[in-house]
Write a protein that binds this ligand. Structure first.
Ligand code: XIL
Length: 366
């Protein structure tokens, strides 16, 4: 887990709370001045106001964005789960089913049953699909980790990328080509992994070049956590990588910010980070959003940062109900264990609507 310090988050929550009250007083007038294309009325107190007549996916689509979720193949038989999935989301990411340990358990032997199920189900319902993930030190089979010969590992990595991307060629809107390659802490350098240790730091470039030829229609993303705070060494390390790729013509189209937050939500600089990456000429996407205890203001701040950055093209939450979450003890998602919408759901929806209340809270939060 990578929670951010709570100090700024607490202050932001209080401020937003005050502004929410102010907006509540103004709420009645907003409703009557709405136009067809305008945002729905402000939702000042999500817990007490009726839901907006929309869904997350439809609301995101109004600004040309997607709103997705991680999908677990093992839950597709659960009717409550699939009903929410199909009603609310227009993008799907396989939570585990496309990872190396799920797709190539032994060298050259590929398994796609669960991944295919997720992809086919999504595409059949008009949902888009994110690909997650091709090159990652975690959930990596032992045989890859034990490959110490550079020529062999290079060929193994390229074959893995080519096989997965070819199978889903034209079906995946964005691929996390390399995941979590940077070290935590103050170094700003790559973390140790079989890829870095055996192939050298150039493995990322090799992966992206391979990926571009395997599926030229997919956007190629670098994805990581704890790169949301602009001044962090890890964020700066990723920024330098992307800047270098763009300068040298190495193919890269997007940066995925996982956004696994503590209860304070995003750091105050989050929107700055998104804008600065975007200014390099890449899209940014929030790829695995979840927030400890799901405070509505923390969700609203996260979503609003994306809405304020034109090249922030979509948001994915990392699961549907709290009980589906890898952090389930923290209740970090938008739906409770019974599948009911939480306050954070309404905050997310109204933040995408760009209602007066969320803009006001946003302006004072930064
Ligand atoms: C998590 C899944 O949610 C869990 O089910 C699994 O046990 C571990 O991985 N960063 C990532 C995701 O890129 O793939 C991880 O997903 C969460 C952290």
């Amino acid at each position: 887990m990578h929670p951010h310090p709570l100090r700024s988050g607490r202050r932001r929550t209080t401020l937003s709370g005050a502004l929410l009250v102010a907006a509540l007083l103004a709420g009645a007038t907003t409703t009557t001045t709405q136009t067809a294309s305008a945002a729905p009325p402000a939702t000042p107190s999500p817990a007490t106001v009726a839901p907006m007549a929309s869904t997350l996916g439809a609301q995101a689509a109004q600004s040309g964005r997607y709103f997705g979720t991680a999908v677990a193949a093992g839950r597709l038989g659960d009717g409550v789960y699939t009903r929410i999935l199909d009603r609310e989301f227009n993008s799907a990411t396989a939570e585990n089913e496309m990872k190396w340990d799920a797709t190539e358990r032994s060298r050259g032997s590929f398994t796609f049953g669960a991944a295919d199920q997720i992809v086919n189900r999504a595409l059949g319902r008009g949902q888009r699909v994110r690909g997650h993930t091709l090159v990652w030190h975690s959930q990596l089979p032992g045989w890859v980790n034990q490959t110490r010969d550079a020529a062999t590992l290079r060929s193994v990595m390229k074959h893995h990328i080519n096989t997965l991307m070819s199978r889903y060629r034209g079906k995946i809107h964005s691929w996390d080509v390399v995941n979590e390659a940077f070290a935590d802490g103050g170094s700003g350098q790559l973390r140790g992994s079989v890829f870095r240790d055996v192939l050298g730091t150039g493995f990322i470039e090799e992966a992206f070049r391979t990926a571009r030829s395997a599926d030229p229609s997919a956007k190629l993303c670098y994805n990581d956590y704890s790169i949301e705070n602009w001044s962090d060494a890890k964020t700066q390390g990723v920024y330098r990588l992307v800047r270098d790729f763009k300068a040298r013509g190495v193919p890269i189209d997007c940066v995925g910010l996982q956004a696994h937050f503590g209860a304070g939500g995003p750091p105050a600089s989050f929107q700055t980070t998104l804008s600065n990456f975007a200014a390099l000429g890449v899209d940014v996407q929030i790829t695995e959003l979840d927030i400890a205890q799901a405070p509505p203001a923390a969700y609203a701040n996260t979503v609003r940062a994306c809405m304020n950055v034109p090249r922030c093209t979509g948001i994915t939450v990392w699961g549907i109900r709290d009980s589906d979450s890898w952090r389930s003890r923290e209740n970090p998602l938008l739906f409770d264990r019974n599948g009911n919408k939480k306050a954070a759901y309404q905050a997310t929806l109204s933040a995408m609507g760009g209602s007066a209340v969320t803009r006001a809270a946003s302006d004072s939060a930064r």
